[in-house]
Design a protein around this ligand. Structure first.
Ligand code: ADP
Ligand code: ADP
Length: 229
């Protein structure tokens, strides 16, 4: 379950400057579709519309055939997991931050999620900046480690739908590869919408949508798009 369909989606933050001008594509259940394009093309806007931070102004977005406008944001949050570009951590342990994905999870499940994201060795530590308040030694987390906390949280939540919004864009190449393999595990068999800057990071997507000037400029597999360019 969790098939997503964007149909003739139009959206503008400012009515004088349309961002999305009739976008139609599907993410079949369990598949991964990547949206790439230049900065400002409207990629993140698509994910915000799916999540109902904003609503489409024309067209529809459906999940398993149901218009997202008929679904509360709370219900959407239950089925959609988001790994954002920049993760903001709560003022508490890494374990607590992971548990936020599913507060009813057992300790074993939290540890298993941390292991899958390769951060099990410091789950009892606090993020830097918060240690002063509680008088414990804080841990300075790199961008990659913060992303792993977000990934562990998402592994624990195990939502049917995943949005990965430039989840590896801030990382160096080696960290990016490590995080990418953790993300590949999370997204296997889940309906996944990947937002990316570059084609090279979405080689395994079932389909790639290239957004440009508010429309779909090109679409195909990585191999097809490379052959045409
Ligand atoms: P991308 O993810 O492709 O970089 P975005 O979807 O974030 O693009 O943004 C598309 C365009 O909409 C950009 O020109 C951006 O400046 C503009 N934009 C994004 N968010 C807002 C907002 N809240 N209000 C007004 N304009 C916005
Ligand atoms: P959810 O309730 O499904 O977690 P939210 O919209 O509240 O959805 O948040 C989306 C994602 O952003 C969360 O899964 C979490 O990773 C992160 N997040 C949201 N709010 C916070 C916060 N205050 N501190 C840290 N992370 C947060």
């Amino acid at each position: 379950s969790g098939a997503i369909a964007f149909k003739d989606v139009h959206f503008a933050y400012d009515p004088k400057r349309p961002i999305l001008k009739g976008i139609s594509f599907e993410v079949p259940a369990g598949k991964t579709v990547a949206v790439v394009g230049p900065s400002g093309a409207g990629k993140s806007t698509l994910s915000r519309l799916l999540y109902r931070f904003y609503d489409v102004q024309q067209g529809t977005i459906t999940i398993d055939g149901q218009d997202v406008r008929d679904v509360t944001q709370k219900s959407l949050r239950a089925v959609i997991g988001m790994v954002p570009q920049d993760t903001v951590l709560f003022n508490d342990t890494i374990a607590y931050n992971i548990r936020y994905g599913r507060v009813s999870a057992s300790e074993e499940e939290v540890v298993a999620a941390a292991e899958a994201a390769q951060i099990a060795n410091f789950i009892q530590s606090l993020p830097e900046g918060f240690q002063a308040m509680v008088g414990e030694r804080g841990l300075k987390l790199s961008g990659g480690e913060k992303q792993r906390v977000a990934i562990a949280r998402t592994i624990l939540k195990a939502p049917p739908i995943l949005i990965l919004d430039e989840a590896t864009s801030a990382l160096d190449t080696r960290t990016e590869q490590e995080i990418q393999s953790a993300l590949d595990v999370v997204s296997r068999n889940r309906t996944t919408l990947v937002i990316a800057h570059r084609l090279s990071t979405v080689i395994n997507a079932d389909e790639i949508i290239v957004l440009k000037d508010g429309v779909i400029a090109e679409r195909g597999t990585h191999g097809e798009l490379i052959d045409r360019s």
